[in-house]
Design a protein around this ligand. Structure first.
Ligand code: SF4
Length: 327
């Protein structure tokens, strides 16, 4: 089966219906033992130092993995992605455009999805059949999420992992489902966490390692991973266009905030970590996040794949002490 890469969540159902192996290049890059080296490789090839690490990592990993076709999200992702696609096509990688309309217009989104279906030669029925299959797995991941915040049985890192993996189902839905089933089985014998502080993690997934265990070693656990949860299509829409209109990540910060504010309350969150990526345009949105979220917010910046650095650790410790002191 052919592998098709992508740089942000796309209608996965279409690739599954077409019998392709979906590859979320973010996940392959960040889980690679050579993630740091991949960034260096991209810089050696000419990527500027002051460009986001994810872009460089995705570029290098796509070439290293021999990916021949990529879905390029031209709207709803970042402008760096456009240039990334141009350099990848220079290297002979075929790019298939897909756009999330900025205004979430259902007609435009439907047309975009139909274009993608035509490209991969699949019909509506097959796509809905794939959706049914994927929704079974997604529902199990929603349960992991519920067990995180409602029954306190799941760590922030585990919650991150299972939700983030739904973007491409780790390339094999059946194997991924078996992993989920085994994990859910394990939880039956687990004791609930008794954290002092309940945190939300918002923003793009972290490029740095060790954040979740570090928080947990200080009595704080992430009970809401914003973007990662979005990958699991958590609203249960039966219509495919509605599913990708409800998915908040490609749309504006105010649409994302509406979801964030509901979840902060529902999950009884005490404080928020807003992760921002160095050289990412989304850093500007931190101003809006801070003015709209009625809870303490720590803005944490990551640059390259590495262990959580000393400065971030000290800032987190100070933040958590401040939260504890408020009670
Ligand atoms: S972190 Fe920001 S700059 Fe980097 S790929 Fe994502 S949206 Fe683009």
């Amino acid at each position: 089966m052919d592998r098709v890469g992508f740089t942000t969540t796309i209608p996965l159902e279409i690739l599954i219906a077409a019998g392709k192996i979906p590859v979320d290049l973010n996940n392959v890059f960040i889980t690679s033992p050579q993630s740091h080296q991949l960034i260096e490789d991209a810089e050696i090839e000419g990527f500027p130092r002051n460009i986001c690490g994810w872009i460089k990592g995705i570029y290098a990993v796509a070439l290293k993995e021999g990916i021949r076709e990529i879905i390029a999200v031209t709207e709803g992702d970042c402008s760096n992605t456009k240039a990334l696609m141009e350099v990848l096509s220079l290297k002979g990688v075929a790019t298939v455009p897909f756009a999330y309309p900025h205004d979430r217009d259902p007609q435009t989104l439907r047309l975009e999805m139909e274009k993608l279906m035509r490209h991969f030669g699949v019909e509506r029925d097959a796509v809905y059949e794939a959706k049914e299959r994927l929704d079974v797995i997604r529902r199990k991941v929603w349960e992991i999420d519920r067990l995180t915040w409602e029954e306190n049985l799941v760590s922030g890192g585990e919650n991150h992992y299972f939700q983030v993996a739904t973007s491409d189902m780790n390339g094999d839905p059946d194997v991924f489902e078996a992993e989920i089933d085994a994990f859910l089985g394990e939880l039956k014998n687990r004791r609930p966490y008794s954290d002092q502080i309940r945190l939300a993690y918002i923003g793009v997934p972290p490029i740095v390692e060790g954040l979740y265990p570090f928080l947990e070693s200080h009595g704080a656990r992430v009970v809401f991973n914003e973007t990662q949860r979005q990958f699991s299509m958590p609203y249960g829409a039966t219509d495919l266009v509605e599913q990708y209109r409800a998915y908040t990540y490609p749309y504006d910060i105010f649409f994302r905030l509406a979801d964030i504010l509901i979840e902060l309350e529902r999950r009884r969150v005490d404080a928020v970590i807003h992760y921002v990526q160095s050289f990412c345009f989304r850093q500007i949105e931190d101003m809006i996040v801070r003015s709209k979220i009625p809870l303490p917010v720590l803005t944490l910046e990551g640059d390259k794949p590495s262990l959580l650095d000393a400065r971030s650790r000290i800032r987190i410790e100070g933040f958590l002490e401040m939260i504890e002191g408020r009670d």
